[in-house]
Design a protein around this ligand. Structure first.
Ligand SMILES: [Zn+2]
Length: 270
């Protein structure tokens, strides 16, 4: 292997393993199950899954997508999450090299991936990802090349307060326009508390301007892409998924976008 590929290659393998763990966390935490016991089981025949049948992506290919015992199809979601996690981790280490920032960035993207799966499947964002992630984000802001503690604390606060405000305002507006609409949908707020805590986590990683960009991009994506679909099929919006994608885009290209916006649109010479 060419040496230049060694770090991203190894990071990719670690990413695959983390993806395997994320699959477990994001399906067990939302329904308050332990991630340690019971061990992995087939959801159809309840046979324990042996370690050699539990290797990220590889086992799925070797078993030709089926449970060894009952031939139930293993959901495509599992290898896709593992592969995504591996590629993201390899990519971040390719950008930043073997560094603290690469570790910080990878952990942020892992959290966003875990949140996306939980929110898409259960409409729940586990506190382990949002609150636990906020603690990680604050701690890692001290890393060399990190965003610094003031920006991390500020970002977390802005993320929380901003989303809380939108949730409150959204609730009032919906209640005014069509009273009882939220109750009908079994909700008490226009936005889940999980989204609010999630944005606190995002802020602790990308800082004040980053969390604003994330909120803007996430809302835009939710409105333009999912809004029409949700209205047509009368489905709830897993808003966390859009915020997660927006958070990842902001981490990767946020500064470039902000520069572009300030110079081209606002006309400031930066
Ligand atoms: Zn089975």
């Amino acid at each position: 292997m060419d040496e230049a590929w060694l770090v991203p290659g190894l990071a990719g393998l670690c990413g695959l393993a983390v993806g395997w763990l994320l699959n477990i966390c994001s399906t067990r935490w939302p329904i308050d199950l332990s991630i340690i016991s019971p061990g992995s089981r087939c959801s159809e025949c309840s046979n324990a899954i042996r370690w050699y049948d539990n290797i990220p992506v590889l086992s799925w290919l070797i078993l030709s997508r089926k449970c060894r015992y009952c031939s139930m199809l293993i959901p495509l979601r599992y290898p896709v999450v593992e592969l995504t996690s591996g590629l993201l981790c390899a990519g971040i280490f390719m950008i930043h090299g073997l560094s603290w920032e690469a570790l910080r960035g990878s952990i942020f993207l892992f959290l966003l991936l875990g949140i996306s799966i939980s929110d898409a499947r259960f409409y729940i964002i586990p506190d382990e990802f949002s609150l636990g992630g906020t603690i990680l984000g604050l701690m890692m802001s001290f890393f060399p090349g990190g965003i610094g503690w003031a920006n991390a604390v500020g970002g977390a606060l802005v993320g929380y307060i901003f989303l809380w405000f939108i949730a409150e305002a959204g609730t009032r507006i919906i209640e005014k326009i069509s009273p009882g609409r939220l109750e009908e949908a079994g909700l008490d707020k226009a936005m889940g508390g999980g989204d609010i805590k999630m944005m606190m986590m995002v802020g602790s990683f990308v800082g004040i301007s980053g969390v604003a960009e994330t909120a803007f991009l996430g809302s835009l994506g939710g409105l333009v892409i999912y809004g029409p679909i949700a209205t047509m099929y009368k489905r709830l919006i897993p808003f966390g998924v859009f915020l997660a994608v927006a958070g990842a885009i902001t981490y990767l290209w946020g500064d470039a976008m902000l520069d572009w916006y300030l110079t081209r649109i606002v006309g400031l010479a930066v």
